[in-house]
Design a protein around this ligand. Structure first.
Ligand code: UD1
Ligand code: CA
Length: 449
C-alpha cells in the first residue's frame, strides 16, 4: 500500500516570479502536474498535494485531475514541517508514504516503482533516491556506508568544505514506512543554517534508511531557478528525441529541433533543422518535415514534404508537398498528391486530391473537388465584414491568376476562370467565366493630349 505526498507549498524564491514555482511550465505542463504523473504506475491509495504559497491557485490549476487531496501548510517552515501537516490526515494509515518534491519533474515512472520495490523488499524505515552529480552544488549530500545505509543527510549550506566534496546527493524523493515516520516527525528541530524543519533530519531517528541511485542522474534534476528550468527542457527534449531516433526517425541537427511528448512519429520520418512538432501531431512514414517548419496538432500522412511552413490543427494526406512558406490552419484538410506552394494560406478548407495551389493564394472556408488548379494570386473573399461565407469549387476547375471568388459562391466542375476576374455569381460546369472590364485601346493617345 502506497500513499503519495507532493511538496508544493514553497514559493520558489529563486525563480524570481509571482507564480508559485511548481506552476511554472515545462514543455506545456506544470512542474507539479509532471510530478503527479510520475507516480501513475504505483496506483496510490492517497494522492496528497501539500500547498501553501498561492495554494488556491495550485488547487485550481490541478482541478482537472481527480482523486487529489490538498493539505495546507500555511507557513512554510521547511520540508519537514510540510510533511508534519500530514499527521492528522494519515492518522490511521499503516502503509508506505512516497514523498516527492514538487520541483523534480523529470522522474521516470519506473524509477519510482523501483524505489518502492527496494523499500518494501528490504523492510526499510526509509529509502531515498540519490545520484552522483557532476555538479552537486545546492543539493543535500547523502552519507552512506558501503551497503548504501544512510547515516546522515547534510544540506549544501550546512556542509563543511570536506563534506561538500561528497557528490552523492539527495533527490528529495523518499519512500517512508508511514507509522515509523509519524513517530519521527515530531522530533525535528530547526537547528540548521535556514532555521527550518528539514525532512532530511528524520534520518537521525529512523532505522534503517537506504539510498538507491537513480539509473540516470539527470532524472533527479530539481528546478530552483530559471536556468535550471530551461536546462530541464533540454534534458526532456533530448530524452524525447533519443526515443524517436531509436524508433527509426531521422533527425538532422537534432539540437535545433523540438518535439512535444504528445507527438507521434513513424520510422523513416525525416526531420530537418529548425523544425518543431507540437501538440497531438502525428507524422507518418516517409514524410520529410523542414527545414524551418512548425507542425502543431496536425496529422501528416505518408511521404509528405513540408518545407519552411506552418501547419496548425490540420490534416495533410499522402504524397502532398507543402511549402516553401505555406500556412495551413483552422482545420484545413488537404488531399493526396497536392502541391501547396509559396505564400499560400489555407484556413478551414477541405481540398480533394491532385490540387495545385502553388503561389500566393488565400483559400478560406472553401471546399474544392479533385484536380483543381488554383492560379497564382487567387483569393477566396470569404468575409463580408460581418460573416464568413463558403466557396465551393468543383473538380477539374481552373482559376486564373489574380482572380477573386466572392463568397458565397459555387463554381461547377471544369470551370475556367479568366485571369483577373472578380467572380460574384455562381458558375455552371464547363463554362469560361470572365468577370473583368474588357481591354480597350485608344490609338494615338499621346498625340491627342
Ligand atoms: C531539498 C532537500 C535537499 C535535496 C533537494 C533536492 C530538504 C531540507 N532538502 O532542498 O536535501 O537535495 O531538495 O531537490 O528537504 N516545500 C514545502 N514547504 C516548505 C518548504 C519547501 O512544501 O516549507 C516544497 C517546495 O515547494 C519544493 C520542495 O518542498 O517543491 C523542495 O523545497 P526546496 O526549498 O526547493 O528544497 P531544496 O533546498 O531544493
Ligand atoms: Ca529544490
Amino acid at each position: 500500500m502506497v500513499a503519495v505526498a507532493i511538496l508544493a507549498a514553497g514559493r520558489g524564491t529563486r525563480m524570481k516570479s509571482d507564480l508559485p514555482k511548481v506552476l511554472h511550465t515545462l514543455a506545456g505542463r506544470s512542474l507539479v502536474e509532471r510530478v503527479i504523473d510520475s507516480c501513475q504506475l504505483l496506483e496510490p491509495e492517497h494522492k496528497i498535494v501539500i500547498i501553501g504559497y498561492q495554494g488556491a491557485k495550485i488547487q485550481q490549476e490541478l482541478s482537472h485531475l481527480d482523486e487529489l487531496k490538498f493539505v495546507t501548510q500555511s507557513e512554510q517552515l521547511g520540508t519537514g514541517h510540510a510533511v508534519q501537516q500530514l499527521l492528522p490526515q494519515l492518522q490511521d494509515y499503516q502503509g508506505d508514504l512516497l514523498v516527492l518534491n514538487g520541483d523534480a519533474p523529470l522522474l521516470r515512472k519506473v524509477t519510482l516503482q523501483q524505489l518502492v520495490k527496494t523499500h518494501q523488499e528490504n523492510g526499510n524505515a526509509a529509502t531515498l533516491l540519490t545520484a552522483n552529480l557532476p555538479n552537486p552544488q545546492g543539493y543535500g549530500r547523502v552519507f552512506c556506508d558501503r551497503n548504501n545505509l544512510v547515516s546522515q543527510i547534510i544540506e549544501d549550506r550546512d556542509c563543511t568544505p570536506a563534506q561538500r566534496k561528497n557528490s552523492r546527493v539527495n533527490a528529495g524523493i523518499y519512500c517512508f514506512n508511514w507509522p515509523k515516520l509519524a513517530q519521527a516527525l515530531p522530533k525535528l528541530s530547526t537547528d540548521n543554517d535556514q532555521q527550518e524543519y528539514y525532512l532530511t533530519e528524520v534520518v537521525d531517528y529512523l532505522d534503517q534508511v537506504m539510498a538507491v541511485d537513480a539509473a540516470d542522474y539527470l532524472e533527479i534534476t530539481g528546478i530552483n531557478d530559471r536556468k535550471q528550468l530551461s536546462n530541464a527542457y533540454n534534458i526532456l527534449q533530448n530524452r524525447i528525441k533519443d526515443y524517436w531516433m531509436k524508433a527509426g526517425v531521422m533527425m538532422i541537427q537534432p539540437e535545433t529541433i523540438t518535439i512535444d511528448e504528445t507527438a507521434q512519429l513513424e520510422p523513416d520520418v525525416v526531420i530537418e533543422p529548425q523544425t518543431h512538432i507540437r501538440g497531438n501531431s502525428a507524422i507518418a512514414a516517409g514524410s520529410r518535415i523542414g527545414p524551418g517548419s512548425l507542425i502543431n496538432n496536425s496529422k501528416i500522412a505518408e511521404n509528405v514534404t513540408v518545407l519552411y511552413s506552418v501547419v496548425t490543427d490540420s490534416e495533410v494526406a499522402a504524397n502532398t508537398t507543402i511549402g516553401p512558406y505555406a500556412h495551413l490552419r483552422g482545420a484545413a484538410k488537404i488531399g493526396t498528391n497536392c502541391r501547396i506552394g509559396n505564400f499560400v494560406e489555407i484556413k478551414k478548407s477541405s481540398l480533394g486530391n491532385d490540387i495545385n495551389a502553388a503561389h500566393l493564394s488565400y483559400l478560406g472556408d472553401a471546399t474544392l473537388g479533385d484536380r483543381v488548379n488554383i492560379g497564382a494570386g487567387t483569393i477566396t473573399a470569404n468575409y463580408d465584414g460581418v460573416r464568413k461565407h463558403q466557396t465551393i469549387i468543383g473538380s477539374g476547375t481552373k482559376t486564373g491568376s489574380n482572380s477573386v471568388m466572392v463568397a458565397p459562391l459555387t463554381l461547377g466542375e471544369n470551370v475556367t476562370v479568366a485571369a483577373g476576374s472578380v467572380v460574384t455569381k455562381d458558375v455552371p460546369p464547363d463554362a469560361l467565366v470572365i468577370a473583368r472590364a474588357r481591354q480597350k485601346e485608344i490609338s494615338d493617345w499621346q498625340k491627342n493630349i
